[in-house]
Design a protein around this ligand. Structure first.
Ligand code: G3H
Length: 249
């Protein structure tokens, strides 16, 4: 497993100048003793604000999506080069909300991961099954297919990605995968990475889906859970700080 755990907040489409200011100041003040890596993935309009607020702190900046294109006539898109100008280190790609509401395919997600890597941004590649897929016994097939697309496109630099296992049925529902359920899938993903790179042990595999202050420690204690991608609980500084503390233990 990687040397340090990684805790990444995904603010999704939440925040305001005022709320972000209070949240980031509280995080920076509260995470001085953190022994894990910490990032917040913020809506694009707030990148400059958070870049300024985090100045000098150990808090990394992340984005929630990136265009697969370098530049040009792609209205509404944000390029990897633009993200780099704001000091972005991580970028979520293939979140289930992008796959579900914006029709993102495995192929497109792989292109986005490739573009991020080419610009020195670490893609946080999300995989995960829906409830129907889990109930049909297809969890392994689905997550393997989603990760295979990224491995196939990225080839030799696959050890530079972060993987996030996010069972869709656990996102924002309060239903967390049990530590054993999550570990089972994480171990599968590690094995798949190991078949593609000798560096699989240093790839962070995060769990996401209703991770909170109460359940973080038991999830993070699993051998192949190297951190978390946290939605709702990342919007409340005390909760997010407790998760950071659990990952620092
Ligand atoms: O990216 C984060 C995940 O979608 C988890 O969201 P959640 O913690 O609100 O369930």
């Amino acid at each position: 497993m990687p040397e340090k755990k990684l805790i990444a907040g995904n603010w999704k489409m939440n925040g305001s100048l005022e709320a972000n200011d209070a949240l980031v100041r509280a995080l920076v003040a509260g995470m001085r003793d953190a022994r894990c890596d910490v990032a917040v993935c913020v809506p694009a309009p707030y990148l400059a604000q958070v870049q300024m607020l985090r100045h000098g702190a150990k808090l990394d900046l992340g984005a929630q999506d990136v265009s697969q294109h370098a530049q040009g006539a792609y209205t509404g898109e944000v390029s990897a080069a633009m993200l780099r100008e704001f000091g972005v280190r991580f970028c979520i790609v293939g979140h289930s909300e992008r796959r579900q509401y914006h029709g993102e395919t495995d192929g497109l997600v792989a292109e986005k991961a490739k573009t991020a890597l080419a610009h020195g941004i670490t893609p946080i590649v999300c995989v995960g099954e829906t409830l129907a897929e889990r109930e049909a016994g297809k969890t392994e097939e689905v997550v393997k297919r989603q990760l295979a697309a990224v491995i196939h496109v990225n080839g030799h630099c696959i050890s530079e990605i972060v993987v996030a296992y996010e069972p869709v049925w656990a996102i924002g529902t309060g239903k967390t995968a049990s530590p054993e359920q999550a570990q089972q899938v994480h171990a599968l993903l590690r094995k798949q990475l190991a078949a593609a790179t000798a560096q699989a042990e240093r790839v962070h595999i995060l769990y996401g889906g209703s991770m909170n202050a109460a359940n973080a420690a038991s999830l993070l204690a699993q051998p192949d859970i190297d951190g978390g991608l946290i939605g709702g609980a990342s919007l409340k500084a005390p909760d997010f700080l407790q998760i950071i503390a659990a990952a620092s233990a």
